[in-house]
Design a protein around this ligand. Structure first.
Ligand code: IPD
Ligand code: CA
Length: 252
């Protein structure tokens, strides 16, 4: 199952790589910062078609479609390009994120960064992998480590709270980083390069695949309120190794 998803996602990555130096055909969605390109749509169409052939019993939810959940037991939750603003500017840090859920639980997740050729994957209870090698979260404290954050760019009502918390995290940790792709940020914590990632108002397709990968790598994925993440609604989320999580929540 996971291999079929990985192969399809890798092929979809070629669409992203083919885009450079071409007309992106950008259209705005909502607000000042939210865009979609013809490539977001092309990657999503490709994934829906190819995964639909392999998993005909599944339904599909994607960032660039209606986003309505149906009633089928198997459901893909897909972000065709996580990091669209990076993509539009050729910043070269964007990922494809594909989660397969059964009865509302993520059972497989794949996050692919086509620029670095990093493929993060996990199946429920089978561990997490980067390009086929097992990965785990770091053992570092946040006070001795790095924190990743998202700016919640489509929700200006969150900005003050995000930057107030960021100031505390910056003071507490070694330093902070911002990649522009939440899916990649979660996987960066999962493979032990950073200790914490946090952002308010993330959508299910930004985080569903990453959440399984992080959990299978030994990490903690919860809402700011300490609840399980609900993949049918936006969430304020923290992804961390267990030690760093305990420190992070004291800053909230
Ligand atoms: C966005 C990215 C970004 C995060 C935003 C997300 P998109 O996803 O993950 O890092 O800060 O909150 O919406 O819109 O590029 O798919
Ligand atoms: Ca997207």
């Amino acid at each position: 199952m996971i291999n079929r998803i990985i192969e399809t996602v890798k092929k979809a990555g070629e669409i992203i790589l083919s885009a450079h130096n071409q007309e992106f055909a950008v259209t705005a969605k909502e607000g000042k910062k939210n865009f979609v390109t013809k490539y977001d749509v092309a990657v999503q169409d490709f994934l829906f078609d190819e995964l639909g052939k392999a998993f005909p019993e599944a339904e599909f939810v994607g960032e660039e479609s209606d986003n309505d959940f149906g009633s089928r037991a198997l459901r893909f939750i897909i972000d065709p390009i996580d990091g669209t603003t990076n993509f539009m500017q050729d910043f070269r840090c964007s990922c494809i994120s594909v989660a397969l859920c059964k009865e509302n639980e993520v059972i497989a997740g794949v996050v692919y960064n086509p620029y670095t050729k990093e493929i993060f994957s996990a199946e429920k209870s089978k561990g997490a992998y980067l390009n086929g090698e097992k990965i785990t979260v770091s053992d570092r404290l946040l006070s001795d480590g790095l924190a990743l954050f998202g700016t919640s760019p489509y929700h200006p009502e969150n900005t003050d709270e995000t930057f107030a918390l960021l100031r505390k995290v910056f003071d507490f940790s070694r330093d902070i980083r911002r990649s522009g792709s939440a899916a990649y940020d979660i996987c960066t914590v999962a493979c032990g390069r950073c200790e914490v990632f946090f952002e308010k108002g993330l959508q299910p397709w930004d985080i569903a695949a990453g959440t399984l990968i992080l959990n299978e790598a030994g990490g903690v994925a919860l809402t700011y309120g300490g609840k399980e993440i609900d993949f049918s609604t936006p969430n304020d989320v923290v992804f961390a190794n267990p030690k760093a999580y305990d420190e992070f929540v004291t800053l909230l």
